[in-house]
Design a protein around this ligand. Structure first.
Ligand code: ATP
Ligand code: MN
Length: 260
């Protein structure tokens, strides 16, 4: 048994002692099954430990993880207790041929399917050459991927970074995003479905990465066209209203996307 698990199990018997180890990080938020999943990922040597929270959302939390080679990892943990979740994500799973025949008996099962869906989307995008974090592993409601950041500090989202950018830099970023929209469609044969300034990371050298791909759907999904249009309109609206740079029309972009 590794030292970390040993320490973790020992902590369980004395949960009042305050320090910043793994159990302390997870005990208030996560149920036993989630804690056991994290322990299993440690046992499998996928993560060595969790080192503090990167983001706390309604449906998921992202932690900074440390791998066995000392590398940083992003560990996205879906909450299995959110009722809203079920309604919100159901339509993205139904209609996706990859999930035909999957029986969903309860919220936990749905969240596990959702986590697997994000991992599979991430893998498909990564292998197609789309700029996304490299997928590492998933188990139950936990997804492990490359950490986009430096020294444990995440790179900024577009919404956080754009005010510092010059007009020419904004135009550059806009074009980079459109390139990825085309790649997601033509190479990965997916539509992101939640593309916005909140799910685009600005990386060094004025490059970008796309995150949060759980809701991405196969092109054969009945709503893929509607999601594609919404993605493009989100990006255009952001650049038009917030940066004032001139954008292509929806039609122009759709034409470019569908050229493949
Ligand atoms: P929310 O419930 O807040 O909407 P979410 O479902 O949108 O969460 P993500 O967008 O995937 O989840 O991640 C939340 C935040 O965690 C991101 O805005 C980003 O700041 C950070 N993050 C996610 N993935 C990574 C990563 N691979 N590397 C670094 N930071 C990340
Ligand atoms: Mn997000």
């Amino acid at each position: 048994m590794s030292d970390d698990i040993d320490k973790l199990l020992r902590k369980k018997e004395e949960p009042r002692r305050k320090d910043k180890d793994l159990f302390e990080t997870v005990e208030e938020v996560f149920d036993t099954a989630t804690v056991m999943t994290i322990i299993e990922l440690i046992r499998k040597k996928i993560i060595k430990k969790l080192n503090g929270v990167v983001s706390t959302g309604k449906e998921a939390r992202v932690y900074l993880g440390i791998g066995y080679n000392g590398e940083y990892l992003a560990v996205k943990i879906y909450l299995t207790s959110t009722a809203e979740f079920k309604k919100g994500i159901y339509k993205y799973i139904m209609g996706d041929p990859r999930f035909r025949g999957v029986k969903i008996k309860d919220t936990r099962t749905l969240v596990y399917v959702w986590t697997r869906k994000e991992y599979r989307n991430l893998k498909r995008l990564y292998e197609a050459g789309v700029k996304v974090p490299r997928p590492v592993a998933f188990l139950n409601n936990v997804l492990v991927m490359e950490f986009l950041g430096e020294n444990g500090n995440r790179y900024p989202l577009l919404i956080e970074a754009y005010k510092e950018l010059e007009v020419e830099e904004l135009k550059h970023v806009y074009h980079l995003i459109l390139d990825e929209v085309v790649k997601i469609y033509c190479k990965a044969r997916l539509v992101h479905g939640d593309l916005s300034e909140y799910n685009i990371v600005v990386t060094p050298g004025l490059d970008i990465a796309i995150i949060d791909v759980s809701q991405a759907v196969d092109l054969s999904h009945p709503n893929s066209e509607e999601f594609l249009i919404r993605d493009i309109e989100n990006i255009n609206r952001f650049f038009r209203e917030e940066t004032g740079i001139s954008t292509y029309s929806l039609e122009e972009i759709l034409e470019a996307v569908k050229e493949c």
